[in-house]
Design a protein around this ligand. Structure first.
Ligand code: ADP
Length: 473
C-alpha cells in the first residue's frame, strides 16, 4: 500500500480557472449590455432634461443682454441658431420683439396664440418664471415653453417667452432598444467564445505544468515544463525546470553518497567480520596468527574511523558549521615543520620529501585547517608518486601571496579525470586498496580552500607526475 504522504495534498474542489474566466467574461458582458440598455431606457428623459437646461441657459443669457443696443440682433441670432421662437412683451402688453423661426407654427405665433395666456401665467407665477412641456396639436409634437419676467417680479418691465420643439425620440428609443437587444445577445455570444478561448489558452499550460510537476514529484526528472509563451507561465516553467535540475542533482548526489559510503563501509566491515571469525575458529590459540589477525582488525577499524571522521568533517565544512580561526604566522617555518614530520615515513618506507622554501613571509589564515590541506596533498603525493618515491614541496612568494606546490613523479592524471578528482568519493578506478584513502581527501581540501577563498588547481602530465598547487593570499 502506498504511503499517504507520497501523494500530493488533496485540494478542496474549487472553481477551475477555466470556469472563473468564463464566468468573469459573461458577467462583464451582461453588465456592459445592461448599462447600454439603461442608457436607452432613459434616453428620452435625458434628452428632455438637457434640452430644458440648455433653453433655460439661453433664456437667462438673453435676459441679461436685454436693454443693450444690439439686443434684437442677439435675439434673432440665438433664435435662429437654436430653433427657438422668442417674443418680448413690455409691461403694457405690447409686443416689442419677435423671432418666429417656426413659421407661425409655434405656440407663441401660431393660431393658438398662447402668447398672452402664457404671459398671464408668468405674471401669476410665484417665481416669475414658468417652464413646461406642452403638446402642440398644430404641429403634433411635444414642445417646451419657457417664460420669465424682465426686471423686478413685482413691477416687471416686461416678459420674455420662449417656445421650442422637443424632437420626438420615442421611435428612436424603440429602435435602439431592439438594436441593443441584438447587440447584447451578440456580446454575450462573442463574450462566451472569447472567454472559452482565453481561459483555454491560459489553463492549458498550467494543466501541463501541473502534470509535469506530478511526474517530477514521483522522481521522473525528465519531465519537461512548457510555459505556453506567456511571461508568467514561462517564468514558472523556467523556475520549475531549474528546480527539477537542482533536485535531480541533489538526488543523484545523495544516491551516490549512500552507494559510496555503504560500499566503503562494507569492505572494512566484511574484513572485520572475517578476521573476527578466523580468530574465533582458527587462530584463537595461536598467538602469532591471532596477533596478525587482530592487527588487520585494528587497521580496518582505523580505516572505518577515518572514513566516518572525513564524512563528518566534510559535512561540517560544507554546511558552514565550521568557522575559520585565522592567525598570522611565518609560512616558511610552518611548511618546514610540516615536512619534517614526514621524516619517519621517509626513513621507514624510503620516500623522500624535499622542501624548497622562499623568503620568509607572514600569512594570515586558519593554520590548523591549512595544515590539513597541505598534509592531504603530501599524503596523496606519497601514495601516488613514482618508483623513485620522490615528493617535492615548494614555497613560491608571489606579488599577492604565497603559492604552495606539491609535486610527485607518479603516473599523472588524465585530462578528463582532473575535473573530477576534487569531487566527493572520486577515486580513480585503478587505485589500489593499499593506498589508504576515503576518496574524500581532496573534497576536504577543496572545502577548506573555498572557505578561505583561495585559488587552487592541478597540473599533470601522464607518465611524468602531477603538481597540486594553492595560493594563500
Ligand atoms: P583518496 O586519495 O582517498 O582516494 P582523494 O580525494 O585524496 O581521495 O583523491 C581522489 C582521487 O584523486 C584519488 O583516488 C586519485 O585517483 C586521484 N589523486 C589524488 N592525488 C593524486 C596524485 N598526486 N597523483 C595522481 N592521482 C591523484
Amino acid at each position: 500500500m502506498q504511503n499517504k504522504t507520497d501523494q500530493p495534498p488533496k485540494q478542496k474542489k474549487r472553481f477551475t480557472l477555466h470556469t472563473m474566466l468564463a464566468f468573469a467574461f459573461i458577467v462583464f458582458t451582461v453588465i456592459a449590455s445592461g448599462l447600454l440598455f439603461l442608457e436607452v431606457l432613459f434616453l428620452e428623459k435625458f434628452y428632455y432634461y438637457f434640452k430644458t437646461e440648455e433653453t433655460k441657459k439661453i433664456a437667462s443669457n438673453l435676459l441679461e443682454s436685454y436693454g443693450t443696443e444690439d439686443f434684437e440682433e442677439t435675439m434673432s441670432g440665438i433664435a435662429f441658431q437654436n430653433q427657438i421662437c422668442i417674443s418680448v412683451i413690455d409691461g403694457r402688453s405690447y409686443v416689442l420683439y419677435n423671432s418666429d423661426v417656426m413659421d407661425h407654427k409655434c405656440l407663441l405665433h401660431g393660431f393658438h396664440n398662447y402668447l398672452y395666456p402664457l404671459m398671464q401665467e408668468v405674471k401669476n407665477s410665484e417665481t416669475g418664471m414658468i417652464c413646461m412641456n406642452v403638446f402642440d396639436d398644430q404641429i403634433n409634437m411635444e414642445t417646451l415653453v419657457l417664460g420669465s419676467v424682465i426686471g423686478d417680479i413685482k413691477n416687471p418691465d416686461g416678459y420674455m417667452l420662449f417656445n421650442t420643439v422637443l424632437e420626438p425620440v420615442g421611435t428612436t428609443v424603440t429602435l435602439l432598444k431592439r438594436l441593443l437587444m441584438l447587440i447584447a445577445v451578440l456580446l454575450l455570444g462573442i463574450g462566451c467564445i472569447i472567454a472559452l478561448y482565453v481561459s483555454n489558452l491560459l489553463s492549458v499550460p498550467i494543466t501541463r505544468i501541473t502534470e509535469s510537476a506530478k511526474r517530477m514529484a514521483h522522481g521522473d526528472y525528465t519531465a519537461e515544463f512548457q510555459g505556453g509563451g506567456y511571461q508568467e507561465t514561462d517564468e514558472l516553467a523556467a523556475t520549475l525546470t531549474y528546480a527539477e535540475h537542482e533536485i535531480s542533482k541533489i538526488d543523484t548526489m545523495q544516491r551516490d553518497l549512500i552507494a559510496n559510503v555503504s560500499h566503503d563501509l562494507r569492505t572494512p566491515l566484511t574484513m572485520l567480520k572475517a578476521y573476527a571469525e578466523m580468530i574465533r575458529d582458527l587462530s584463537g590459540d595461536n598467538p602469532v596468527k591471532r596477533n596478525a589477525h587482530l592487527q588487520v582488525i585494528i587497521e580496518e577499524t582505523d580505516r572505518l574511523t577515518m572514513l566516518v571522521n572525513d564524512i563528518l568533517d566534510l559535512s561540517k565544512l560544507e554546511n558552514g558549521s565550521q568557522k575559520l580561526e585565522p592567525s598570522t604566522f611565518d609560512v616558511t617555518s610552518w611548511l618546514t615543520e610540516i615536512c619534517n614530520r614526514y621524516t619517519g615515513v621517509s626513513e621507514h618506507m624510503g620516500y623522500h620529501i624535499s622542501f624548497t622554501p622562499d623568503a620568509p613571509r607572514q600569512v594570515t589564515c586558519d593554520a590548523g585547517k591549512m595544515e590539513r590541506v597541505v598534509c592531504n596533498l603530501i599524503n596523496n603525493a606519497i601514495n601516488y608518486t613514482g618508483e623513485d618515491k620522490q615528493v617535492f614541496v615548494s614555497q613560491v612568494n608571489t606579488e599577492t601571496g604565497v603559492r604552495i606546490e606539491v609535486r610527485d613523479t607518479g603516473a599523472g592524471i588524465e585530462e578528463d579525470k582532473i575535473k573530477k578528482i576534487f569531487d566527493k568519493y572520486y577515486r580513480s578506478e585503478n587505485h589500489k586498496r593499499e593506498v589508504v584513502g576515503t576518496g574524500l581527501g581532496l573534497s576536504i581540501v577543496k572545502a577548506i580552500l573555498k572557505l578561505h577563498n583561495y585559488s587552487y588547481g592541478v597540473r599533470s602530465k601522464l607518465g611524468e607526475g602531477s603538481v597540486f598547487w594553492l595560493e594563500i593570499r
